[in-house]
Design a protein around this ligand. Structure first.
Ligand SMILES: CCCC/C=C/CC(=O)SCCNC(=O)CCNC(=O)[C@H](O)C(C)(C)COP(=O)(O)OP(=O)(O)OC[C@H]1O[C@@H](n2cnc3c(N)ncnc32)[C@H](O)[C@@H]1OP(=O)(O)O
Length: 283
């Protein structure tokens, strides 16, 4: 009953689902909530590659707040595109950037991670495309990962000459362990879906987006006979120390990020990386 009345706050979209956008207009993040199950699909839709800029992160952050307020039964995070889940941070947010903007940008990324990593309801990343760096971070923040075959995922920061922050690292270590993380991070390894499945970086492999989505839905059935409160509180206890490590150090983390990206060699590297992306194509 409570869920029904909470969900009645969502504007009706089409039969059985409710659509929501924080601004009233569907933009970079589209949320639909299934009326029967209460499960929300959060679709990232910033063409061409869902790179994470300030605007996308701000929308995602406010969508997560709304889902928390509306007591969603669960979240499936996916991409509008079958090619790329998210290309990670938009390099243009780090390359030749203004201090004011970069401060807002990094704070928004911190906020999204804190909200998604700590979301009370079950969360699934339906990884229906490549997920490098910040894209991988979003997937790592969820509780369960279903990934379409023949895609790639990983924290490749060292390949760009940058150092992944502690909370990126902790998100990976908590899933694949210290040894595997050290090797992956120091080499900037991008795993194929098959490799990621083998080391537990993803939980299931899917044939295509539709298959990944239906496997994502299956995950929620695991909690059919579990008290939502007991589930949520257990998740909070398990994740608390990882979240608090950032919450208590947000300012310091922001300063470290700004110092890191301002370095001359980092700016040069980012410029070259942008150029190389323009020349290269991955299918
Ligand atoms: C203390 C510092 C910590 C900072 C932490 C940083 C974490 C990060 O997230 S850094 C970003 C790392 N991201 C990457 O390395 C991914 C780079 N992109 C790719 O590998 C590929 O684009 C892809 C595999 C995701 C998709 O390949 P596909 O062939 O489908 O598309 P492309 O032709 O490569 O790209 C289309 C278009 O988009 C531009 N682009 C791609 N990624 C980014 C990006 N991260 N930021 C900005 N722009 C990006 C690419 O240049 C193409 O642009 P044009 O169409 O203009 O050529």
């Amino acid at each position: 009953m409570f869920l029904r009345s909470a969900l009645s706050l969502w504007p009706l979209a089409r039969n059985g689902t409710r659509s929501y956008s924080s601004t009233g207009v569907t933009k970079l993040v589209a949320v639909t909530v299934d009326d029967q199950t209460g499960i929300a699909t959060v679709n990232l839709q910033r063409p061409p590659v869902n790179s994470l800029n300030l605007e996308l992160l701000t929308e995602l952050s406010s969508s997560l707040t709304d889902l928390e307020k509306n007591k969603s039964r669960g979240i499936i995070l996916k991409s509008y595109s079958d090619a790329v889940f998210s290309a990670g941070i938009d390099i243009l947010e780090m390359y030749k950037c203004e201090e004011e903007r970069v401060t807002l940008f990094w704070s928004a990324l911190q906020e999204v991670w804190i909200k998604l990593y700590g979301h009370f309801a079950p969360t699934v990343a339906c990884i229906n495309g490549h997920a490098p760096a910040g894209g991988c971070l979003l997937a790592l923040s969820c509780e369960y990962r279903v990934m379409v075959k023949e895609k790639t995922i990983g924290l490749n920061e060292t390949k760009l000459g940058i150092v992944a922050p502690q909370w990126f690292i902790a998100s990976l270590v908590n899933i694949i362990g210290q040894r595997q993380s050290e090797v992956a991070l120091t080499t900037g390894k991008m795993f194929t879906t098959e490799e990621a499945l083998r080391i537990g970086l993803v939980d299931e492999m899917a044939e295509n987006t539709e298959d990944a989505f239906s496997k994502s839905l299956e995950f929620f059935k695991k909690f059919k006979n579990i008290s939502p409160f007991a589930r949520a509180q257990t998740k909070a206890f398990i994740r608390e120390s990882t979240i608090q490590a950032l919450v208590k150090n947000r300012e310091k983390d922001l300063k470290m990020f700004i110092n890191e990206i301002r370095k001359e060699n980092v700016q040069k590297g980012l410029g070259q990386y942008l150029e190389s992306l323009k020349k290269r194509k991955v299918s």
